[in-house]
Design a protein around this ligand. Structure first.
Ligand code: NAD
Length: 260
């Protein structure tokens, strides 16, 4: 359903972003990848996905904390594919510490990458989408865009901000074919969460499996991780004609976390 469209997915070299990029490629979209990692592995990743689904793929290494690099990435997408029809703001980082212990530079980095980067990509992508009268902006917020958890002040602030930004972007474009929505996952077992599993295992002298169960049982009633594939399917739905009137939602896929 997305043949001929171009999707740019920030932070798509790993985890959820990679799952969403794959799902959009499966529907025929060309993909601009972004994110950090080993250069050779990244080249293999985007070449393989291009071949598997018969779509065009490219990669830009912009750091989402740097507005100048974001501008270069958006210009690259325009040169390569004539613009961005589907923008997935997914790049994100985490740091866990109490407010009084939170390193100020970590706060700034989390706000820049998890929130401000979405402003820069959106402001640069919107004029092209408005010209075509079709566009999709999908912001990867989190269940932490809806509720808080101790130790995650910067992350929760950024994700609540991203949900607010989603609503305003949706409203400003409500009379057009451009929609903007947020996805709010609960625990997904990606490198970002594995680090929290490792910290928990070290702190409480648990095995990896016990630490995973402990994290899930505290917050996620299903007791199961959400998967990047499930989140990819939700992103595809937001891009489908059935979602033309889904605007400004913060849609949780969280195993029941926020229902409590
Ligand atoms: P991940 O660590 O697996 O992937 C993060 C991606 O972002 C990687 O590709 C990484 O290279 C990229 N990235 C990090 N800093 C960057 C920067 N400065 N510039 C460009 N790219 C950068 O993490 P994930 O779990 O897949 O997280 C993806 C998004 O989903 C994040 O916004 C995260 O907050 C959100 N999220 C994750 C979970 C979860 O449980 N894993 C839950 C809710 C929301």
């Amino acid at each position: 359903i997305l043949r001929g469209k171009t999707a740019l997915v920030t932070g798509s070299t790993s985890g959820i972003g990679l799952g969403i990029a794959r799902a959009l490629a499966e529907q025929g979209a060309n993909i601009v990848f972004n994110g950090f990692g080993d250069a050779q592995q990244i080249e293999k990743l985007y070449t393989d996905i291009g071949q598997e689904f018969g779509v065009r793929t490219a990669y830009h290494n912009a750091d989402m904390s740097r507005p100048d690099q974001i501008e270069a990435m958006m210009a690259f997408a325009s040169d390569k594919f004539g613009g961005v029809d589907i923008l997935v703001n997914n790049a994100g980082i985490q740091h866990v510490a109490k407010v009084e212990d939170f390193p100020a530079e970590k706060w700034d980095a989390i706000l820049a990458i998890n929130l401000t980067s979405a402003f820069h990509t959106s402001r640069l992508a919107l004029p092209g989408m408005q010209r075509k009268n079709w566009g999709r902006i999908i912001n990867l917020a989190s269940v932490h865009g809806l509720v808080g958890s101790a130790g995650k002040s910067a992350y929760v602030a950024a994700k609540h901000g991203l949900v607010g930004f989603t609503k305003v972007t949706a409203l400003e474009n409500a009379h057009t074919g451009v929609t903007c929505n947020a996805i709010c996952p609960g625990w997904v077992l990606t490198p970002l969460v594995q680090k929290q599993v490792d910290d928990r295992a070290a702190r409480d002298g648990m095995s990896n499996e016990q630490a995973k169960k402990a994290l899930l049982s505290e917050k996620q009633p299903s007791g199961e991780f959400v998967t990047p594939e499930e989140l990819g399917a939700l992103a595809v739905f937001f891009c489908s004609p059935a979602a033309d009137q889904v605007r400004g939602v913060a849609w949780n896929m969280d195993g029941g976390w926020a229902a409590q």
